[in-house]
Write a protein that binds this ligand. Sequence first.
Ligand code: F6P
Length: 341
Amino acid sequence: MRIGVLTGGGDCPGLNAVIRAVVRKGVGVYGHEFVGFRDGWRGPLELNTTPLGVPQVRGILPRGGTILGSSRTNPFKVDGGADRIKRNVSTAGIDALIAIGGEDTLGVAKRLTDEGLPVIGVPKTIDNDLGATDYTFGFDTAVTVCMEAIDRLHTTAESHHRALVVEVMGRHAGWIALHAGLAGGANVILVPERPFDLDMVIKHVESRFATQYSPILVVAEGALPAQGAEVLLSGEKDAFGHVRLGGIGQWLAQTIEERTGKESRAVVLGHVQRGGSPTAYDRVLATRFGLHAIDAAHDRNWGMMVALRGTDIIRVPLEEATRELKTVPMERLAEAEVFFG
Ligand code: F6P
C-alpha cells in the first residue's frame, strides 16, 4: 500500500517518534510506501506532500515538534473541503491515511472515514484529554517541564516571600495542572473541571505564608473563579471554534496581592510545555502507538484509533475516541487537596 501520514493540531513531543515507527515497520516489515502530508489537514487539502521514507526518519526519535509540520486546518470549514481531500488522495495514488492528532484532527478523521476515506488515528495531545486512551504521548513531557519549573520557582518564591502563580496549559482539562502540581508540591491546584472558590484560595495562601513558606499555586489556563466569568486575554477562536485561553494566572496573582498584601507574581509556562525533546515515557508510548498504527493499517482496520489501556495498546473506533473529553474526576482532585495550604 501507499500510505499518507499527517500530524495535525498543536504540536507535541513524540510526534516524530510515531512517524519513525510507522515508517520503519511499514517499510521494513510490510513493504509499504509512505508519503508525508505537510501541515495537518492542509496537506491533503492542498496536495502538499513531502517524501517520507526510512532516510527521512533517521535520527528523529528525540526531536521535538514534527518533521511534517502541523496546523489547525479544518477541511469541513472549507467549501467542498472533504471532497477535495478525497480527490487529492486518490490523485496522489494514496490508498490510506494515518492521522496523528487530538480531538479535532481525529474528529475530522472520523468524518472522512464515514465518507469512505480509509484512515487510522493515533492520539496525541499534551492535554491528555482524549477519551478511550489512558494516556496520550506528550503529556508526560509537558508535566515534566512544568515540574522542573515549579521546583525552581519554590526557591525564588522562598527567597522573596512571594506567592507564585504558575499558569499551565490543558485547555478545558486539568490533567497537566493536577500532575504538575502534585509532582511539584504545589499548595493550590486549580482545574477547569471545578470552578474555584476565591476565598478558599486566599485562605490557603495565607496559611502557607503563616508557616513561613511561600505558596506556589498551579492554575490551569481554563480554570475559572466560581464567582466570576472565564478570564481571557482575547476572544480569538481557531477553525474548530476553540477560544484562545490565557490570563487567569496574571489575574490571580494580582487578586492575591490585593487581598493579602503579599507580593505575588505570575509565570505563564506556555509553549515551553510543548517544545523540545520527549521524555523516555513519551518516546516509548509514541513508538508503540506508531508500531500498532501501521499494524492496524496493514490489517485495513479503517476508522480505528490505537489507544493505551493499562499497559496494552488496543484499537478503538475513532467515534469512541472523539465522543467526549476525558476530564479530571473529582476524586483525583481530592487526593491532591491533602497538600493544599
Ligand atoms: O491542545 C494543546 C494546547 O497546547 C492547549 O493546551 C492550548 O490551550 C492550546 O494547544 C494552545 O494552542 P496554540 O498553540 O494554537 O496557541
